[in-house]
Every structure is written in C-alpha cells, then in structure tokens.
Ligand binder design. Structure first.
Ligand code: NAD
Ligand code: UDP
Length: 320
C-alpha cells in the first residue's frame, strides 16, 4: 500500500485530498498545526484504519520515521484575511516549510507536489493567465507575504528537482470553494454565504467589477490527483475558467439562498487583483482534465454545508 503525507491535511483542500487518496487505496498521514485548519475537517477520517494525524509545525524539522511515497505540501494560510493575520507564519511555511517538505521527500525518495497559487501572477497584465506568464507582484504590499512565499516555494521545488532529481510537481490553484471552508475565513464565497444566511448585508469590496473564476473543490482535487500521477514537472494551472465579477457572484448567492439582504460596498483591499481567469490548456492536454461542476451546483452544495454547520453549532458559535 502506498503512503501519502499531506501537510495542511486538516485544512479545506487538504481534508478533501486526504479523503480522495484514502478512497483510492492509499495510506494517508495528515500533518497540521491547526493554524487555520480545524479538527472537525478530519473528523470523518479519524476512524479509518489507513489514516493518521500528526500535530506538527512543518516550518520546523518534520519528524516522520516511516517510508513515504508522496508528499503533498498544502500547509499555508490561504485566505487574504488569514495571511494578513499571520504574515510571518505565511512566509515561514512557504519558505522553511517547503524546504523541510522537500528535504523529507528527498530523504524518503518520494514524489513531491507543491500547492502553488494563481497569486504568483499577482495583479495580472496578461489575460487569461497561462503558465508562461511571469506575473506582476508587489513584493512589499500586504499580499506580498503570500505571493512571494509561493514564488520562492516554486523556485525551491524546481531547484530540488534539478539538483537532487526529486520527482516534483507544481499545481497553481485558482480560487476554489466548497464544503469545509471556514465561514469566517474572509474569502468571498464563505463571506457572502454567511452574510446571506445571517440576513446581514453582503459586503462587496470596491465596486465589485473585479473578476474571479471559481472552481468547485471536487474538480480541483481530481486535477491534483492526476497531476501527482503524471510525469510533468512544470507548473500546471488548475481552476475553472468561468469568469465573473464579484458583484455577479454576490447576486448569485443572494438568489440561491433566497436572501433579502442588501449588497453594500466597502473599500477595495490594497493590490486586490482586478482580473483573474486560468488558461487551462496545459491541464487539458497533459492531464486530460477539465472542470465538470457548474457554479450553481457547487454553490448549492456549499450552502447546504454552511446551513448544516450553522444548525449544529448555533447562531452564536458557527462563525468562531
Ligand atoms: P486552509 O487554511 O483551509 O488550509 C491550510 C492548512 O495548513 C490548515 O489546516 C493550517 O492549519 C495548516 N498549516 C498552516 N501552517 C502550517 C504549518 N506551519 N505547519 C502545519 N500546518 C500548517 O487553506 P486551503 O484553502 O485549504 O489552502 C490549502 C493550500 O492550497 C495552501 O497552500 C494554499 O496556498 C493553496 N491554495 C488554495 C487556494 C484556494 O482557493 N483555496 C487557492 C490557491 C492556493
Ligand atoms: N471580496 C469581497 N467581499 C468579501 C471578500 C472578498 O468583495 O467579503 C472580494 C475581494 O476583494 C476579491 C474577491 O472578492 O476581489 C475574491 O476575494 P477572495 O478573498 O475570495 O480571494 P482572492 O482571489 O482575492 O485571493
């Protein structure tokens, strides 16, 4: 039986990846320090014989005695709200954490896959973004702690591939959503759903004309699984090219939740990218992958999840 070690395995994407690898016959070791992830995200896995949790900070030396076939390095704050709150931890896990995870992969002679991001393209001047674009990033702005850490992580990953021959992969993830996002993590979809379900105004930043392209988590993790099993070492965009404005997104969530909430406008955060849409030609060719879940279906699943959490935890606790 093969063993995969998932850093950040108790996070939103990490918990879905752990579930997928278990269902495909792998042993899964989740490493997490619960900086932004929640123990509840892996409650459904705890009784599985082939699942193990290690509570560790991967920015420090990673202790793991047994053999490993694949390291998936997903540990990092991911929402702008979280990496503004934890700027130094974000830089450390992108730099030191990636170095440690690569060192482990080298020592175990295992594969390695880095969770990179569309943020490496910054506020892009090329549209849609393909993997050959080098990006437009402000290194000293508030988003720089995340963007530059991920750019460093990509450089380190390819250095381990070229210097030590580690079998590395890099996925550039575009905005992804679904169950197990935190209702208070500040990203647009959880924020709008929580506001709609609470009957509060939906807070759109700026005039809402900035665009994003949202991918449902089940599509994303299938793409990541395929990339992990491929022999392609360059970066690969995974995302859904269905682009919309943030105002359109807020209106869609209002419509699906049948919310009577108003939409209010707040100041646009510094360096907020104005446009974003993945060019997924590489993923289509190399992985034979493309997203299947449309926005309405994905949002309905996510809204159901949020309603359940609200019901179970109660109005006062569900966003803590
Ligand atoms: P998340 O915050 O839900 O998960 C991140 C997990 O990493 C959390 O469980 C957190 O506790 C853990 N973690 C953070 N620092 C750690 C450390 N030093 N040691 C051990 N564990 C640590 O975020 P997510 O949305 O699931 O994102 C997962 C990965 O995917 C991140 O690397 C992120 O940069 C990348 N990504 C996500 C998106 C997206 O749309 N969700 C987009 C681009 C990239
Ligand atoms: N956004 C918003 N209201 C919110 C949260 C986010 O209008 O409550 C906007 C944000 O300014 C950005 C877009 O929605 O333009 C997507 O933000 P998110 O934090 O989800 O991800 P990003 O792509 O910026 O990392």
């Amino acid at each position: 039986m093969k063993r995969v070690l998932v850093t950040g395995g108790a996070g939103f994407i990490g918990s879905h990846l752990s579930t997928l690898f278990l269902s495909r016959g792998w042993q899964v070791v989740c490493i997490d320090n619960f900086l932004t992830g929640k123990p509840e995200n892996i409650d459904h896995l705890r009784r599985e014989r082939n699942f193990r949790l290690l509570e560790q900070d991967v920015s420090k030396y990673i202790e793991f005695p047994d053999s490993v076939d694949l390291v998936l390095h997903f540990a990092s704050p991911a929402s702008p709200f979280d990496y503004h709150r934890y700027p130094i931890q974000t830089l450390k896990v992108g730099a030191l954490g990636t170095h440690n995870a690569l060192g482990l992969a080298k020592a175990k002679r295992s594969g390695f896959l880095l969770a990179s991001t569309s943020e490496v393209y910054g506020d892009p001047q090329v549209h849609p973004q393909n993997e050959d674009y080098w990006g437009h990033v402000n290194p000293i702005g508030p988003r720089g702690v995340y963007d530059e850490a991920k750019r460093f992580a990509e450089a380190m990953t390819l250095a381990y591939h070229r210097t030590h021959g580690v079998d590395t992969k890099i996925v550039r993830i575009f905005n992804t959503y679904g169950p197990r996002m935190q209702p208070n993590d500040g990203r647009a979809i959880p924020a709008f759903i929580a506001e709609a379900l609470n009957g509060d105004p939906l807070t759109v930043f700026g005039n809402g004309a900035q665009t994003r392209s949202f991918c449902y988590v089940d599509d994303l993790i299938e793409g990541i699984y395929r990339l992990s099993q491929s022999d392609y070492h360059g970066p690969v965009n995974i995302g859904n090219p269905n682009e919309m404005t943030i105002l359109q997104l807020a209106e869609k969530i209002k419509e699906i939740t049948k919310s009577l909430s108003q939409i209010v406008f707040k100041e646009l955060p510094v360096d907020d990218p104005k446009i974003r849409r993945p060019d997924i030609a590489r993923a289509k060719t190399i992985l034979k992958w493309e997203p299947k879940v449309d926005l309405t279906t994905g949002l309905k699943h996510t809204i159901e999840y949020f309603k359940k959490v609200k019901q179970e935890k109660g109005v006062l606790e569900w966003q803590k």
